[in-house]
Write a protein that binds this ligand. Structure first.
Ligand code: FO1
Length: 317
């Protein structure tokens, strides 16, 4: 029997490990809870970048270079939008836009976000369960030297350039976990925190009331998104530095506080093993860089194998 796993994910790194987990676990053994703090309304459309990145990745449709958006994309809509004087800073491809339009129409007709995700997964042939962290409106806001910015303005329009001072998850305090989220967490034998940005992909999930407590009640294994002091992509390392913290797997472990029972770190960081173990963590050293699909699967297998040892340690008196 496969381990019952819940993965917490957001962004491209998270989607890649989620894809590896989906390749090795049967649908009934894997639920992926996805960050919705990046969601925003643009051109009247409901854009859900992290859910879409996970969906496209699991469906084999993700753009091979960017990791977000779709492969074989065309850009007629965006080009025409620009010619008409519309905003082109957020790049919506033609195929991708079909999804945003359909989702927006379903939401306007009164559909629940969890139903929209379920329907899209069905259409895209994804057998595993994807759950939005919440069905309420939560928006990641970035406090910077240039003032507070909505997440996509910071991330895309300003290319993560303004210096970060902190984050606020607007609406989180009054949000509730999405349908099935707490049930999945309580039923999980282990929770895997994907190599997503801790500040902007995982923290919003943990900020939804009830989720952190539910995660803390289970064995948790995190895969470090930091390798040799840098993030594979995205601003995680830059954010750690701007928050006055040297980016490393140790910083990631400390960021998650007492939540973690185990960690998977890259070979490049093997020397940090004793320091992590002295903090009570079980550590697995593996290749965490996922260049090709086989790497995702291999990392998923290593994380699951490590998770099994963390779970067994917990139940052994
Ligand atoms: N990221 C960019 O850096 N530039 C873009 O123009 C962009 C467009 C975009 C469109 C749809 C989508 O689902 C994602 C898109 N992303 C883009 C990625 C997105 O902003 C980030 O990956 C996440 O929000 C961070 O995890």
């Amino acid at each position: 029997m496969a381990l019952r796993v819940v993965a917490l994910a957001g962004g491209v790194g998270g989607a890649k490990l989620a894809d590896g987990l989906a390749a090795v676990l049967p649908p009934q053994s894997l639920t992926i809870i996805v960050n919705t703090g990046d969601d925003f309304e643009h051109l009247g459309l409901a854009i859900w970048p992290d859910l879409d990145t996970v969906m496209y990745t699991l469906a084999g449709l993700a753009h091979p270079k960017t990791g977000w958006g779709r492969r074989d994309e065309t850009w007629n809509f965006l080009q025409t939008l620009g010619e008409l004087g519309g905003p082109t800073w957020f790049r919506l491809g033609d195929r991708d836009t079909a999804l945003h339009v359909l989702r927006t129409q379903q939401l306007r007709a009164g559909a629940r976000p969890a139903d929209v995700v379920e329907g899209l997964c069905r259409q895209l042939g994804i057998p595993h369960t994807l759950l939005p962290m919440t069905e309420d409106r939560v928006r990641t806001m970035v406090a910077t030297d240039d003032g507070e910015l909505p997440f996509q303005e910071y991330f895309v329009a300003r290319a993560c350039e303004p210096k970060v001072r902190g984050f606020r998850f607007d609406g989180a305090e009054s949000s509730a976990p999405g349908r099935g989220v707490l049930e999945a967490l309580h039923a999980a034998e282990v929770i895997i925190v994907c190599p997503s940005n801790p500040w902007v992909s995982i923290d919003p999930i943990l900020a939804v009331p009830g989720i952190r407590e539910a995660v803390a009640s289970r064995p948790v294994v995190a895969v470090s998104p930091i390798i040799a002091g840098e993030a594979v992509r995205g601003p995680a390392a830059k954010i750690f530095r701007e928050m006055g913290i040297e980016p490393s797997p140790l910083a990631v472990a400390e960021h998650y506080g007492g939540l973690l029972g185990g960690m998977v770190i890259d070979r490049a960081d093997a020397a940090l093993r004793p320091a992590l173990e002295s903090r009570g963590l079980r550590v697995r050293v593996a290749q965490t860089l996922m260049r090709k699909p086989a790497d995702r699967r291999a990392l998923a297998e290593a994380a699951l194998d490590h998770a099994t040892s963390v779970v067994n340690e917990k139940v052994t008196p």
